[in-house]
Design a protein around this ligand. Structure first.
Ligand code: ZN
Length: 235
């Protein structure tokens, strides 16, 4: 048989294989699995982010607690000082009271901040639990679908192998360079081989050039489309 006719037959099974691979990729359970996998990855990232937040908050809370302890000591000291060493005049009283009030104000500001951080931290804990529950549900659903999909895949892969063998069988007898050419065209035009329709390319519908029409008249087995690069079988 003519090389180009062999190639035409090869293309039929090659397209069949491509179509089957596409169907396998579009398997609804496979898509569901990918969706759940992406969701799980996303939840892992959320958890990581929460963990980092919690760490930063824990550091800040520890620093605040230290500062509160230190300030409480200062307040106690200033109070004791005020009581034990009676100020000599009103001006002195005012000065010491002002400094004490300032300490107390700072202290309560820190305490308020610490209380708010504790609340935030609890909210993060709740969030973390919710994410874990959501992730566990997604994981269970992933596992459930995986079992079904694995079975489907086992069956599909048998047919896939059959098709691959069929393609390999059809490739026998075709010139290696020609097969390479086919694969090169396939990268940008599908299917790579077409037939002549009237005087047009069966792939892109472009009319042949005058030169190619002449070549067809001389009986060449094929021409190459100037527009899409496909091999156009003449017969
Ligand atoms: Zn074309």
């Amino acid at each position: 048989m003519e090389q180009y006719e062999l190639l035409w037959q090869y293309q039929q099974v090659d397209m069949e294989l491509d179509q089957y691979e596409k169907e396998m990729r579009n398997n609804s359970n496979r898509k569901e699995l990918l969706k759940h996998r992406d969701f799980l990855l996303e939840q892992q990232n959320v958890l990581k982010k929460i963990e980092t937040d919690v760490e930063v908050m824990a550091d800040r809370m520890a620093a605040l607690a230290d500062e509160i302890k230190r300030l409480s000591g200062s307040v106690a000291e200033a109070t004791a000082n005020l009581e034990n060493n009676r100020p000599e005049n009103l001006e002195d009283v005012k000065k010491q009271m002002a400094s004490l009030q300032k300490l107390v104000a700072t202290l309560s500001r820190y305490e308020a901040e610490l209380a708010k951080m504790r609340k935030d931290s609890e909210a993060r804990d709740r969030q973390q639990r919710e994410v874990r529950v959501r992730a566990a549900k997604a994981r269970a659903e992933f596992d459930r679908i995986k079992v079904i999909y694995d079975e489907e895949y086992k069956v599909a892969v048998v047919k896939l192998e059959e098709l691959k063998q069929k393609v390999a069988k059809e490739a026998k007898g075709i010139d290696a360079d020609l097969l390479e050419k086919y694969k090169a065209i396939k990268r940008h035009a599908m299917p790579p081989i077409t037939r002549l329709h009237e005087d047009r390319c069966g792939g892109c519908n472009m009319q042949l050039s005058a030169a190619d029409k002449d070549r067809v008249r001389t009986g060449v087995p094929y021409v190459e489309c100037e527009n899409c690069g496909r091999i156009i079988l003449v017969r």
